[in-house]
Design a protein around this ligand. Structure first.
Ligand SMILES: Nc1nc2c(c(=O)[nH]1)N[C@H]1C(S)=C(S)[C@@H](COP(=O)(O)OP(=O)(O)OC[C@H]3O[C@@H](n4cnc5c(=O)[nH]c(N)nc54)[C@H](O)[C@@H]3O)O[C@H]1N2
Ligand SMILES: Nc1nc2c(c(=O)[nH]1)N[C@H]1C(S)=C(S)[C@@H](COP(=O)(O)OP(=O)(O)OC[C@H]3O[C@@H](n4cnc5c(=O)[nH]c(N)nc54)[C@H](O)[C@@H]3O)O[C@H]1N2
Ligand SMILES: [Mo]
Length: 747
């Protein structure tokens, strides 16, 4: 929907600021004058945001027209890391990519190119599309050990109840909180999440907690740090990082032993309750206190408050799934949600499916098959890296397993890796744990192409070709993950930047014309939106849309399991093998894994695993708390944003700082068993005296890009001290982004 105000044209978009990154989905108004964006702000009549917009949206003009923005395709003319580039045309860029990729496919097979992305943004659709068109099953988030963002959460929901579930933020209701069907939860738990600072996946509402609190909801917070949410909570649990699994088990112990469960729901809709109750008997609050450092009284209080409230919901943050036993931890949280009767009810945790079942970015196995067909999916699964080792990598969605990819790059077995397609991913500055190992494994590949909006350390160190990507007002795209169907549309062009869809569509057509039957990206997007009945152009006018009540796509809550809206066969129940919420998990049983909850302390270091080391490295490191003005490694160049968050810091408790003779603002080293990195001390009581918090993804674009400086990553990047691996037996769950041991001293 476009409006004209004098000579400025205002375009309304259901955007989510993909390029630069976010998961937010904010509705925005983009003002254009003389072919240039002059202002971006929140859209008042957008039901999800009501005019709110974050600092990153407001700084969009500084981002789009930044002098350092990549403006045209370039090829490397020096050695990797030498910062020597030559401008080339798009034709030449596509020619080079096509030629190199065809040679590699012929000699080594298309599976020998890895296609990697970072977090969602809107790029997951294009990257899987290009990988599958080319014939490579190896679509991944390279470096994110154990795929520890969102996927464990999705996979755990998939095996427990056949669908993902997230807190009910009225994201499926056009009238939102005013809809008579919606209810405010009595209790909402923020479990390792800073929803208020970032825009966590799936919400359409970073301000969800504020909205709930206004409506009477009480908050419980489980976070080692005293966050904004914690200061507003009725109960705050401060666990040792990486021990959420013990807490989840103790909650299950309390609610089952005290009978605080929804018996009617369990009897009709769950299987394996008695076995579950028997198994969790051993995980007492006393047991969990020793592991988690949370007093048993608080554990009991939390379990009772949650279980007695109806409805109640749980928001799960990334650090919980980034736990090495991430998948298992989230499964246990799903067990808790189900047995207390909070699944798919108003104000509980609701099942999330995309509006009309429209997708370009597949989040589930069903969506992969919808987009690419069962045959291709099956065929490509045979060579997907990690599928032979980990059941969920084979069974769920279509990601290749990150840790196994690095092993394979090093060994060449069972087949060699020859190339990398890196799109919206700056893994050497951020996503990769054990950064050095990732660099060594990928620096001699035959072909590396990077698609980004800015020159990054990763592109400098690895790329042969760098392609300039469009930001959101420069592209057509759709977004639909468990909320409304949203589109953004192109209103301006910046230099020679092209959208990720344009780039991948053009290249895919050259590589495999049969896989790209459409004449244009818009035609393809219209085809993808077919289940909604809208064309792309019609959706541009609508801005956003939700499937109406009773629509067969099952994207509108509530209690869909009673109405036969979840299963393909139209029967009531859930999309699991038994049709029930599988507390005793038959999928896990079939894969030879433990079908019931268990606890394993597999954080590689810590007071329990390595008590001797703990004496030498007495602090527990957490990393990655989100900055509201930065998105991962992005935005360090944007003046308004950098001014708000200027320095790479480490948060230290005043007690810890005093003991080490460190003052606020001092430069300090943080050293672990794998090495050290440098930060500026930020002395703050919000962290526990035995812990530190390190914001991640820092690099300094204002310094030299040439190796060895490489924009300062080897000096600043905390992920150099975090090992890969350690995921659970299903293949997901993290490298220890939280929980490594370290010491801190003045630089
Ligand atoms: N220590 C630590 N490390 C972490 C985390 C943590 O908590 N602690 N969090 C992890 C998590 S959860 C995630 S998801 C990863 C995220 O990691 P990534 O998503 O890979 O984030 P970035 O490193 O910022 O790299 C993204 C790149 O994409 C570019 N970009 C932005 N928009 C677009 C676009 O539209 N098109 C293209 N082509 N490029 C674009 C940006 O300029 C940037 O260079 O980081 C992980 N790393
Ligand atoms: N502005 C902005 N927004 C973002 C992002 C961004 O970079 N910038 N990144 C996006 C991405 S990809 C993601 S995955 C989400 C992540 O967003 P969140 O899931 O909120 O993750 P974090 O901010 O890393 O950490 C949330 C809280 O968990 C606590 N924590 C750390 N370790 C543990 C632990 O072991 N257990 C528990 N219970 N808590 C712990 C931290 O202290 C922190 O307060 O944010 C998204 N939104
Ligand atoms: Mo993430």
């Amino acid at each position: 929907m476009d409006q004209k105000v004098s000579d400025v044209k205002v375009h309304k978009m259901g955007a989510w600021s993909p390029g630069p990154g976010c998961h937010g989905g904010c509705g925005v108004e983009v003002s254009v004058k003389d072919g240039k964006v002059v202002n971006v702000e929140g859209m008042d009549d957008h039901p999800w945001y009501q005019g709110r917009a974050c600092a990153r949206v407001l700084a969009m003009t500084q981002y789009m027209y930044h002098p350092d923005r990549l403006k045209w395709p370039q090829k490397r003319v020096g050695n990797r890391g030498e910062d020597k580039w030559q401008r080339i045309s798009w034709d030449e860029a596509f020619d080079i990519c096509e030629k190199r990729m065809k040679e590699i496919a012929e000699k080594s097979g298309p599976e020998s190119i890895i296609f990697t992305q970072g977090t969602g943004r809107d790029v997951g659709g294009m990257i899987s599309f290009l990988a599958y068109a080319y014939g490579s099953p190896n679509w991944t988030m390279l470096g994110l050990s154990g795929h520890s963002c969102f996927t464990p959460q999705l996979a755990a929901g998939y095996v427990m109840q056949g669908d993902f579930s997230f807190p009910d933020a009225a994201q499926f209701l056009p009238d939102r909180y005013d809809d008579p069907e919606w209810k405010a939860p009595e209790i909402a738990i923020s479990w390792g999440s800073t929803l208020n600072r970032g825009c966590v996946d799936h919400y359409w509402s970073g301000h969800w907690f504020q909205d709930l609190m206004k409506r009477g909801t009480k908050l419980i917070v489980i976070d080692p740090r005293c966050t904004w949410e914690a200061t507003r909570a009725v109960l705050w649990l401060q666990p040792r990082p990486g021990t959420d699994g013990a807490l989840a088990l103790a909650f299950l112990n309390v609610v089952t032993s005290e009978g605080l469960v929804d018996k009617a729901f369990i009897d009709k809709w769950c299987s394996g309750y008695d076995q579950l109750a028997e198994r969790v008997k051993e995980f007492t609050p006393e047991w969990a206190e020793k592991i988690s450092w949370v007093p048993k009284e608080k554990i009991i209080q939390c379990a009772r408050m949650y279980a007695k409230a109806k409805p109640a919901s749980i928001e799960i943050g990334r650090p919980v799934e980034g736990n090495p036993e991430g998948n298992q931890v989230i499964m246990n949280i799903h067990r808790l949600i189900a047995i207390t009767g909070n699944l798919d009810i108003p104000g509980g945790n609701v099942i999330c499916r995309p509006a009309y079942q429209v997708t370009t970015y597949p989040y589930s196995t069903e969506e992969v098959i919808q987009l690419y067909g069962a045959d291709l999916h099956r065929k490509l699964s045979e060579k997907r890296i990690g599928a032979d080792k980990y059941p969920l990598v084979k069974q769920f969605r279509a990601w290749a397993q990150e840790d196994c990819i690095i092993d394979q790059m090093e060994t060449g077995k069972p087949y060699p890796i020859k190339g990398l397609w890196i799109q919206a991913n700056n893994f050497l500055a951020n996503q990769a744990q054990d950064t050095r190992r990732h660099y060594e494994a990928s620096k001699n590949l035959d072909f590396v192409c990077v698609v980004d909006t800015f020159m990054t350390p990763t592109a400098q160190l690895l790329a042969d070709i760098v392609l300039p990507a469009a930001s959101f007002p420069e592209k057509d795209s759709i977004y639909c993950i468990g909320g409304p169907l949203n589109v953004i549309h192109k209103v301006v062009e910046v230099e020679e930047c092209k959208s990720d869809w344009e780039i991948n569509f053009t290249l895919a057509k050259r590589l495999n014309p049969k896989a790209v039957p459409w004449g244009s990206v818009r035609e393809m997007l219209t085809d993808r939106m077919q289940p909604s009945g809208y064309t792309f152009e019609q959706m541009v006018d609508k801005v956003w849309d939700l499937a109406p009540k009773g629509h067969k796509c099952g994207s509108r809550p509530y209690r869909r399991f009673e109405k036969g809206e979840l299963r393909k066969d139209g029967k009531e129940g859930f999309r699991t093998p038994t049709g029930k919420v599988e507390l005793f998990n038959t999928s896990y049983e079939g894969w030879g894994l433990d079908p019931l909850p268990y606890y394993k302390e597999i954080t590689p270091q810590g007071p329990i695993t390595t008590p001797e080391l703990y004496k030498e490295y007495p602090l527990i490191m957490m990393t990655g708390r989100r900055s509201p003005v930065l998105f991962h490694s992005e935005h360090r160049q944007i003046p308004w944003l950098r001014e708000c968050d200027p320095d790479p810091v480490v948060e230290l408790n005043p007690e810890t700082a005093k003991e080490k003779g460190i003052s606020n603002g001092d430069l300090v080293w943080i050293e672990g068993t794998m090495g050290r990195f440098r930060r500026k001390a930020k002395v703050t009581p919000i962290v526990h005296p035995k812990m530190i918090m390190v914001p991640h993804a820092w690099w300094l674009p204002e310094t030299e890009g040439k190796s060895p400086n490489s924009y300062g990553i080897w000096d600043l990047n905390c992920n150099q001290t975090i090992p890969m691996g350690h995921q659970d037996s299903a293949g997901f769950g993290g490298g220890p982004i939280s929980g490594m041991l370290c010491k801190v001293y003045k630089a």
